[in-house]
Design a protein around this ligand. Sequence first.
Ligand code: AQP
Length: 334
Amino acid sequence: MKEFSEKVTKSILTGIQPSGVITLGNYIGAIKQMVRMQDEFKSYIFIADMHAITVPQDPVKLHENIRSLVALYLACGIDPDKNIIFIQSENEYHANISWLLECNTPFGELSRMTQFKDKSSKNVNFYAGLFTYPVLMAADILAYDVDYVPVGIDQKQHVELARNIAERFNKKYGDTFKIPDVYITKEGTKVTDLVDPTKKMSKSSENPKGTIRLLDDEASIRKKIMGATTDSDCLIKYDPDNKPGISNLINICVALTGKTASEIEQEFTGKNYGEFKKYVADVVTEEILGIQKRYHEIINSDELDKILDENACVTREIAKNKFMLMKHKMGLYK
Ligand code: AQP
């Protein structure tokens, strides 16, 4: 069993779907925060592959993306000695717990999930998993009795659902789950699409020009940034409502350099968009090329398999105990 520092008393759970090669948005909005939190919390960090299959995936690509995501976590600075990194589908108890929870979740409550409404409206031929995945997310969280779930504002409703499910279960069957709290991550970390800066930058985006992926080569990263949509003001100013393109580029620099938006505005007073974009491209490529170097050292190493095998055992044991407790409380035993 992994030893955590005695100072670390609170735990968190967080994950990313391997629905594509992760983007600069996932890195800035999620992974950098995980790295920041790893000394403060006992962290369960998982590859949410069972969530990824709620929409169609190519099996070969999905398999590649799962392994690649683990290697990218490590290459981005997530320390395997401080965190429990695991693959969700390697632990069958998540699905088992989810079924018991589904049988305790009102249909009406799930119908109100706004992400389901959004995602199902884009494709009428969606599968049942898209509707029930918030219950699987509740199972992911509740299996480990975590204190906090760090999420963006778009996922807050799902953590609230997990809380409701846990509270109802505890009331009906007796104390079974710790009630988790939402940990809303800092504002200002949302990275938007480079072509349409009013949209979030996403792994599964259809236009590759708008998305920087952590495994893109240097030339294409530079090309995408130099081609980013801006405006005709020629003024480098942070103003997300009126200047979403420039503000997104400023946001990216703030996240990667630690400078403030006003420091960047001052540095580029009187300079043109071309000069600013070149600076952004330098900042982004320096960060990503460092990650890629570490990634290539890790991706085929035995170390990766060792970490995953060890953590599959650790997490299966914890989730199995929770599943057995639930079964017992629900009368599912001989
Ligand atoms: N553009 C973004 N800016 C900041 N944070 C982002 N995240 C995602 N995109 C941005 C954060 O990354 C984490 C992982 O999210 P996920 O993979 O579980 O699902 P997602 O939010 O749906 O991410 P994508 O990239 O948009 O995936 P697809 O295209 O498959 O839907 C979350 O913490 C999220 O906030």
